[in-house]
Write a protein that binds this ligand. Sequence first.
Ligand code: ADP
Ligand code: MG
Length: 284
Amino acid sequence: PQQAQLISPKTGLNNYIHLKKLGKGAFSEVVLSLDPTSSQKLALKIIKKQLLNLQHQDTKYCLIEAALLKEFDHPNIVKFYETSEDKNAFYIALEYCKGGNLLEKLKILGKFDEKTSAQIMSQIFSAVDYIHKCGVIHRDLKLENILFGKKDKMDVKIADFGSSYRKKYNERPKGIFGTQYCLAPEVFSGFYTEKVDIWSCGIILLMMMTGKYPYFGTCLNEVKEEILALDIKGIQSRIPEASPLLLDFLSSVLDKDTRLRFSAKDALGHPWILCFRRPNLPKS
Ligand code: ADP
Ligand code: MG
């Protein structure tokens, strides 16, 4: 590899050779790396301490991300290899997803058809059902955090558990996490549950069908108004070609009433998902 570079020699992840940048988030950079001992390629997420507020809860979240990934074992969740820390950063070594993220894919394809969308959503809901059963809320499901395992296949994996919450006895999730365009309406009320992830999945699906962001607002207050105003009529007008089954599915996934909104398990049992289901999908 050109300009191979070794990361800090004192970490457990020391010998990885950095090949190229794969992506970037608010606090992290993800680098395609090579483990010279096994010749295996992997994605190394480098969370720079300089960008974190170490007095604050940020450190806790890095640790949570690694701990959750370590615990999870699901074909539609990115696999964890190892983690480490030095004075500059936290490092999380992950399975390399060759196909990039869903936002990049959407930009290339323009839109997805219903069949492909249903096959992708079925995998996402399968992973969401699994994490919810583990008592975890992802809180930042969005197109950038859904990765394609292979280049030209539609196998997807959920990534980025940096904002996730693990349910605790006698405690409720607090604070607004996640990214504006995928936020569920109840997040603004201060009381929310794992159903926020279902709403985010609905927004992901809406974007796959339209090829566009769902809102026009430029600040949180403007977007908040649009989120609170989103209804099935508005959804239908954005995708006039949608099948009745898809509209029925979206109306239950994007239901503002969290008691009526689908669970991940409900979503997996809906005919829109079932009629396109691939025979080899993992059982939830
Ligand atoms: P952040 O928490 O900073 O948002 P992410 O974990 O979401 O970081 O990673 C940022 C971007 O890096 C992703 O949107 C994706 O494009 C890329 N990326 C992350 N993990 C992987 C991976 N395992 N394989 C390939 N690309 C990845
Ligand atoms: Mg991310």
